[in-house]
Design a protein around this ligand. Structure first.
Ligand code: ADP
Ligand code: MG
Length: 207
């Protein structure tokens, strides 16, 4: 199954995963973004746009009046089917949460440090689904970068309970892993902060 970011986000949001408020815009009329709070994020979507930031299909820190020009610029460079405009979440610790379906082991939950750190650090933990809450806490504690979650150098600790809840929503009993139609997917990043988590990117993995 393949679907655009906003479609995957709608599915996970219905299951209780927090995602940013956003609107989908087909043309260049961004009137509907008026209901969103600035700063805004503009993301182009289209059949060939997978790693969006690599090709300049993500613009952060925008005000409403920036949208049309940014979108026109993306349209000029990229094959764009439409745009997702969403509220920009506050910075925090960027995590990856993924679900892969191993042919031998079955559904496996993955979590670790995400965002720009994903490839460089490869700091992840894996568990077979369904996971327990204890599993979720152990996964987080096992990360080499776990101190980022529990507060270091005066930085505020992350709401670890909210991260655990998200991991349970994906990999726990009755979680999204049971929904075969969702296939394999990746939330990267999930931004974790002192007052909760939010999945700011979501995509299906090609099967
Ligand atoms: P891709 O992974 O396809 O390049 P993302 O949707 O993950 O694109 O966006 C790239 C980066 O922009 C993210 O890793 C995150 O740091 C930031 N970002 C994207 N959407 C938001 C948002 N709504 N709020 C805050 N930061 C965001
Ligand atoms: Mg991403």
């Amino acid at each position: 199954m393949s679907a655009y970011e906003h479609e995957v986000k709608a599915l996970i949001a219905a299951a209780g995963v927090p995602v940013p408020r956003g609107v989908v815009v087909d043309g260049l009329d961004f009137e509907r973004a008026g209901e969103l709070a600035e700063p805004l994020v503009l993301k182009a979507f289209g059949p060939g746009l997978v790693h969006k930031s690599d090709v300049g299909a993500v613009a952060l820190g925008l005000s409403r009046k920036d949208l049309a020009a940014k979108a026109a610029d993306m349209r000029a460079r990229l094959e764009v089917a439409g745009f997702l405009v969403e509220e920009q979440a506050e910075a925090g610790v960027e995590l990856i949460v993924g679900l892969v379906r191993d042919p031998g082991f079955g559904p496996v939950l993955l979590t670790g440090l995400g965002g720009v750190w994903t490839e460089a650090l490869r700091d992840t933990a894996l568990r077979l689904c369904p996971i327990s809450e204890e599993d979720a806490r152990r996964m987080l504690a096992s990360l080499r970068g776990s101190s980022l979650l529990y507060g270091t150098r005066g930085g505020p600790p992350v709401d670890v309970d909210a991260v655990v809840k998200l991991l349970m929503t994906v990999g726990g009993p009755g979680g999204l892993w049971e929904r075969l139609e969702l296939g394999e997917f990746e939330l990267n990043p999930v931004i974790a902060g002192p007052s909760g988590v939010i999945a700011v990117d979501a995509r299906h993995l090609p099967s």
